[in-house]
Design a protein around this ligand. Structure first.
Ligand code: CA
Length: 221
């Protein structure tokens, strides 16, 4: 996969570029947010540091999401305010990694994020699910609640789509993580909770999304 790496720390950037290049993933490396906005088009995936010298990574993310749906993995320094990570996910980052980055974890996350994006493109245009006042078009990704369109991020939609295809039945947390992220690994678990709580808010009250303690979730009764 072609990777655009946005990282102003030369040690970190150089190490990531070397590893990815050696694994056959060509890397274009830029150190400024402005360059990320100019150069994102050729990339299959973006690795985006949040602390950049010109524009903040969050601002880069916000602007990029208006332009493209390219998968984005955020890189955050340890000690980064957790709220910034949540903001990043809310702005449409697909996942995040804490620095110092472990290369095997980076590669696993990159592959999972890319797999998910590719699977997204392959969703067949078949069905429509109604649960209570919620209408979910699995083809167009249009979701309405009580007739009003709600805007979901890609991950929120994917979570909802997995539950909608099995509406009225219990879906385990592991299965949901596996279907949405491609891997039910523990590291993604908290990211998942952030996405789920945002989705829950957008679906309104009374919530159609039921927790099944110790197991998972069910959409609808
Ligand atoms: Ca930085």
């Amino acid at each position: 996969m072609r990777v655009l790496l946005v990282e102003d720390d030369h040690g970190v950037g150089g190490a990531i570029k070397d590893v990815l290049d050696s694994r056959g993933h060509p890397v274009e490396w830029v150190t400024r947010g402005a360059d990320a906005l100019l150069r994102h088009r050729g990339a299959d995936l973006l690795l985006l540091d949040l602390g950049l010298p010109d524009i903040s990574g969050l601002e880069v993310l916000r602007r990029l999401r208006r332009l493209a749906a390219t998968p984005i993995l955020v890189l955050t320094a340890s000690g980064t305010d957790e709220r910034d990570i949540v903001r990043g996910l809310r702005l449409g980052a697909d996942d995040y990694l804490l620095k110092p980055v472990r290369m095997d974890e980076l590669l696993a996350r990159m592959e999972a994020v890319l797999r998910r994006a590719q699977r997204d493109e392959g969703i067949p245009a078949i069905s429509r699910v109604r649960v209570g006042g919620i209408d979910i078009d699995l083809d167009t990704h249009l979701v309405t609640v009580a007739g009003e369109e709600v805007v979901l991020t890609r991950i929120e939609f994917e979570i909802l789509a997995v539950l909608a295809r099995k509406a009225g039945t219990a879906v385990s947390r592991e299965q949901l993580l596996d279907e949405v992220w491609g891997d039910a690994y523990v590291a993604v678990s908290r990211t998942f909770d952030v996405h789920l709580s945002k989705l829950r808010k957008k679906l309104g009250r009374p919530s159609p999304l039921h927790n099944i303690r110790g197991f998972g979730y069910r959409l609808g009764d």
